[in-house]
Ligand binder design. Structure first.
Ligand code: FES
Length: 116
Protein backbone atom coordinates (compact mmCIF):
# COMPACT_ATOMS: atom_id res chain seq x y z
CA UNK A 1 0.00 0.00 0.00
CA UNK A 2 1.37 3.38 -0.98
CA UNK A 3 0.85 6.14 1.50
CA UNK A 4 3.22 8.65 0.00
CA UNK A 5 2.11 12.19 -0.68
CA UNK A 6 2.03 13.10 -4.39
CA UNK A 7 2.61 16.70 -5.48
CA UNK A 8 -0.27 17.47 -7.87
CA UNK A 9 -0.79 21.19 -8.39
CA UNK A 10 -0.05 24.70 -7.21
CA UNK A 11 -2.53 25.86 -4.57
CA UNK A 12 -2.95 29.22 -6.34
CA UNK A 13 -4.15 27.47 -9.51
CA UNK A 14 -6.99 25.85 -7.56
CA UNK A 15 -7.83 29.06 -5.73
CA UNK A 16 -7.89 31.15 -8.93
CA UNK A 17 -11.17 29.58 -10.16
CA UNK A 18 -12.15 27.71 -7.01
CA UNK A 19 -11.77 24.36 -8.75
CA UNK A 20 -9.42 22.48 -11.05
CA UNK A 21 -9.07 19.09 -12.70
CA UNK A 22 -5.83 17.14 -12.95
CA UNK A 23 -4.73 13.75 -14.26
CA UNK A 24 -2.13 12.23 -11.97
CA UNK A 25 -0.98 8.68 -11.24
CA UNK A 26 -3.79 7.32 -13.43
CA UNK A 27 -6.47 9.21 -11.51
CA UNK A 28 -8.75 11.93 -12.83
CA UNK A 29 -8.98 14.24 -9.81
CA UNK A 30 -11.08 17.31 -9.04
CA UNK A 31 -9.75 19.87 -6.56
CA UNK A 32 -11.92 22.45 -4.82
CA UNK A 33 -11.04 25.54 -2.80
CA UNK A 34 -13.56 26.19 -0.01
CA UNK A 35 -12.62 29.00 2.34
CA UNK A 36 -9.13 28.20 3.60
CA UNK A 37 -9.32 24.53 2.67
CA UNK A 38 -8.64 22.41 -0.40
CA UNK A 39 -10.61 19.22 -1.06
CA UNK A 40 -9.94 16.46 -3.57
CA UNK A 41 -12.41 14.00 -5.09
CA UNK A 42 -12.75 11.75 -8.10
CA UNK A 43 -13.55 13.93 -11.07
CA UNK A 44 -16.17 11.65 -12.70
CA UNK A 45 -19.81 12.06 -11.85
CA UNK A 46 -21.38 8.77 -10.70
CA UNK A 47 -24.47 9.46 -12.83
CA UNK A 48 -22.85 9.89 -16.25
CA UNK A 49 -19.82 10.93 -18.24
CA UNK A 50 -19.19 14.37 -16.84
CA UNK A 51 -16.11 15.90 -15.25
CA UNK A 52 -17.01 17.60 -12.00
CA UNK A 53 -14.21 20.13 -12.47
CA UNK A 54 -16.33 21.47 -15.35
CA UNK A 55 -19.21 22.01 -12.94
CA UNK A 56 -20.17 24.76 -10.56
CA UNK A 57 -18.90 25.03 -6.98
CA UNK A 58 -21.66 26.17 -4.63
CA UNK A 59 -20.16 26.62 -1.15
CA UNK A 60 -18.89 23.11 -0.35
CA UNK A 61 -20.95 21.30 -2.98
CA UNK A 62 -20.07 20.68 -6.61
CA UNK A 63 -22.90 20.73 -9.14
CA UNK A 64 -22.45 18.42 -12.10
CA UNK A 65 -22.47 20.30 -15.42
CA UNK A 66 -24.73 17.74 -17.16
CA UNK A 67 -27.82 17.20 -15.00
CA UNK A 68 -27.14 19.37 -11.95
CA UNK A 69 -26.68 16.55 -9.43
CA UNK A 70 -24.61 17.74 -6.46
CA UNK A 71 -21.94 16.18 -4.27
CA UNK A 72 -20.36 17.33 -1.02
CA UNK A 73 -16.70 18.03 -1.78
CA UNK A 74 -15.96 17.36 1.93
CA UNK A 75 -17.44 13.88 2.19
CA UNK A 76 -18.13 12.86 -1.41
CA UNK A 77 -21.77 12.21 -0.52
CA UNK A 78 -24.45 12.52 -3.20
CA UNK A 79 -26.65 15.43 -2.12
CA UNK A 80 -29.54 15.49 -4.60
CA UNK A 81 -31.10 13.71 -7.57
CA UNK A 82 -30.27 12.46 -10.06
CA UNK A 83 -27.00 11.39 -8.39
CA UNK A 84 -27.21 8.58 -5.85
CA UNK A 85 -23.68 7.14 -5.78
CA UNK A 86 -21.01 8.93 -3.79
CA UNK A 87 -17.65 10.02 -5.15
CA UNK A 88 -14.33 9.08 -3.59
CA UNK A 89 -12.44 11.69 -1.61
CA UNK A 90 -8.70 11.87 -0.99
CA UNK A 91 -6.51 13.17 1.84
CA UNK A 92 -4.99 16.57 1.06
CA UNK A 93 -2.11 18.49 2.54
CA UNK A 94 -0.61 21.84 1.57
CA UNK A 95 3.12 22.51 1.79
CA UNK A 96 4.95 25.54 0.48
CA UNK A 97 2.05 26.51 -1.76
CA UNK A 98 1.73 23.06 -3.32
CA UNK A 99 -1.18 20.62 -3.01
CA UNK A 100 -0.29 17.00 -2.17
CA UNK A 101 -2.63 13.99 -2.29
CA UNK A 102 -2.58 10.40 -1.08
CA UNK A 103 -4.24 7.94 -3.44
CA UNK A 104 -4.24 4.71 -1.48
CA UNK A 105 -5.58 6.00 1.81
CA UNK A 106 -9.26 6.65 1.11
CA UNK A 107 -11.05 8.91 3.52
CA UNK A 108 -14.63 9.92 3.99
CA UNK A 109 -13.47 13.36 5.07
CA UNK A 110 -11.00 14.97 2.68
CA UNK A 111 -10.24 17.80 5.05
CA UNK A 112 -6.98 16.29 6.32
CA UNK A 113 -4.96 19.27 5.31
CA UNK A 114 -3.38 22.42 6.49
CA UNK A 115 -4.83 25.84 5.87
CA UNK A 116 -4.22 27.87 2.73
FE1 FES B 1 -23.72 14.19 -13.45
FE2 FES B 1 -25.94 13.39 -14.70
S1 FES B 1 -23.88 13.17 -15.39
S2 FES B 1 -25.79 14.47 -12.83
Amino acid sequence: MRNEWIDVIDRDVVCADGLAGVYVEGHDIALFAVGNEIFATDNRCTHGEARLSDGFLLDDEIECPLHQGRFSVRSGMAMCAPVTGCIRTYPVKIEVGRVFLQFEAETSDASLQSGI
